[in-house]
Design a protein around this ligand. Structure first.
Ligand SMILES: [Zn+2]
Length: 480
């Protein structure tokens, strides 16, 4: 029977570079962007006679990431050698974990959906090959350069269950995973710098089927947007083949961003091709139960839980709360502003609008700016108390963000105080009534709009500093 509609089945393998000081098995610095081959030593170059020593912090970070995603942590685990030849891997094997990963059986909750996490294991990164020549690919290149700075950098491999059913769900899973990993401080998760990488396993099947069909693995997706686009394009390709009665071949395909299609790279390896065996140079890892309990106690409230709390306690929308929990620093800034007496809704609006705009321009978060929670709380108080206008508040926030300082002094220096002095404003109100007989008679004959134009005239005479509410009130009294 020919089927026209198919269900999409997606599982993701995510690689995350850990933000440790040093590499996984040696003391070389783990730092992005250094000149090529300056962060290497005999261990990470795989020279004969060297021995690896496990980085304790990397193991701790895996346990933290595992517990933050609801995984069980194995008390006994080990490292294995994954054997294959490639010039960017100096030992000709990669130290990884095969049948006894450190963490397994977790999940990530998306809006109305739970995605299972099969396992999280620890492994070392490879070096980086750059193919020189017009194509930028191996085929047709003139020569290839290899940089071993990245060889031996600690990686988490996070494997999901094939639980996602659309490119959007895969995208949302990636975002949620990134938010959690950044939140607990184990990685900066920058896709464009390669500290967060993703391969997608994609297959399609007739609706209602529980069978996992032949899948393809998609690589080279360098942004959250390309994860969505590459999977959508691959689903389209597979659907077209199946509709014509064709078969899907198990293979690895690369995402070609410019052309918007996936391209066959090679037939997919099976696990047995890698001849895994336990690494004889490394002792098994044992993690005492008490240590896992300690990690549990140290886990902060996670972003999804915190966003729910903001919605329930402060009446924020899902979108507003989601923006505040994009980073731990921003969310802490928000809470500290509230602790200084600011109204939650107002603090949220300032942070998600004016402060977010300034942060975008500056290319860093509010925590690296000169603005403090105390100063923001004071600006909010000045605006809600009518001392400065909303526009004046924006001017203050921009100054405080860039230069810092004392908000009260800033109001004086920049002449932002709203004029709320009745007698002074009354003089202006009377002058406007004298100058604008047409608007006055229009208002008296019932044209409500004429009042706004009179308020505007007073604002103009006071160069925008008058308190508009008070001006309106004085005009009404004078025209009464
Ligand atoms: Zn090294």
């Amino acid at each position: 029977m020919m089927v026209d509609q198919f269900e999409t089945v997606i599982g993701l393998e995510v690689h995350v570079e850990l933000a440790t000081e040093s590499k996984l098995f040696c003391a070389c610095p783990n730092q992005f962007g250094a000149p090529p081959n300056t962060q290497v030593c005999p261990v990470c170059l795989g020279l004969p006679g060297t021995l690896p020593v496990v980085n304790r912090r990397a193991v701790e970070m895996l346990v933290l990431a595992g517990r933050a995603t609801g995984c069980a942590i194995a008390e006994f685990s080990k490292f294995d050698r994954k054997n294959y030849f490639y010039p960017d891997m100096p030992k000709n094997y990669q130290i990884s974990q095969y049948d006894l990963p450190l963490a397994s059986g977790g999940h990530i909750d998306l809006e109305g959906k739970r995605v299972g996490i099969t396992r999280i294991h620890l492994e070392e990164d490879t070096g980086k090959s750059t193919h020189m020549g017009a194509s930028g690919r191996l085929g047709g290149s003139d020569f290839t350069l290899v940089d071993y700075n990245r060889a031996g950098v600690p990686l988490l491999e996070i494997v999901s269950e094939p639980d996602m059913r659309s490119p959007d769900e895969a995208h949302d899973y990636m975002v949620a995973l990134r938010d959690i990993l950044r939140w607990i401080g184990v990685s900066d998760c920058k896709m464009e710098q390669g500290s967060l990488r993703c391969d997608a396993n994609v297959s399609i099947r007739p609706p209602g089927s529980e069978k996992l069909e032949t899948r393809t693995e998609i690589k080279n997706m360098n942004s959250f947007k390309s994860v969505r686009a590459a999977i959508a394009s691959e689903v389209e390709r597979q659907t077209a083949i199946r509709r014509e009665g064709g078969r899907i071949i198990q293979e690895t395909r690369g995402w070609d961003e410019a052309r918007g299609v996936t391209i066959s790279m090679r037939s997919k390896e099976e696990a047995q091709d890698y001849r895994y065996f336990p690494d004889p140079d490394l002792l098994p890892l044992t993690i005492p139960r008490e240590r896992i309990a300690e990690v549990d106690r140290s886990l902060p409230e996670l972003p999804a839980a915190r966003a729910r709390r903001y919605q329930q306690s402060f009446g924020l929308s899902g979108g507003e709360a989601g923006l505040l929990v994009q980073s731990l620093a921003l969310s802490e800034f928000f809470e500290q502003t509230l602790a200084r007496g600011a109204d939650p809704k107002a603090a949220c609006n300032w942070l998600n609008n004016e402060v977010a705009r300034l942060a975008g321009e500056a290319g860093h978060g509010v925590e690296e700016s000169k603005l403090t929670p105390t100063a923001l709380a004071e600006v909010i108080a000045q605006v809600s108390g009518g001392t400065v206008s909303n526009r004046g508040g924006r001017t203050m926030v921009e100054h405080l963000f860039k230069q810092g300082g004392d908000p009260a002094a800033l109001v004086r220096e920049l002449g932002l105080a709203q004029v709320s002095d009745r007698d002074g404003l009354l003089v202006e109100v009377r002058a406007v009534i004298d100058e604008q007989p047409t608007a006055v008679s229009e208002y008296r004959s019932g044209k409500e709009k004429a009042l706004n134009s009179l308020v505007g005239q007073v604002m103009k005479r006071t160069r925008g500093k008058a308190n508009p509410e008070l001006v309106k009130q004085l005009l009404l009294e004078a025209l009464g």
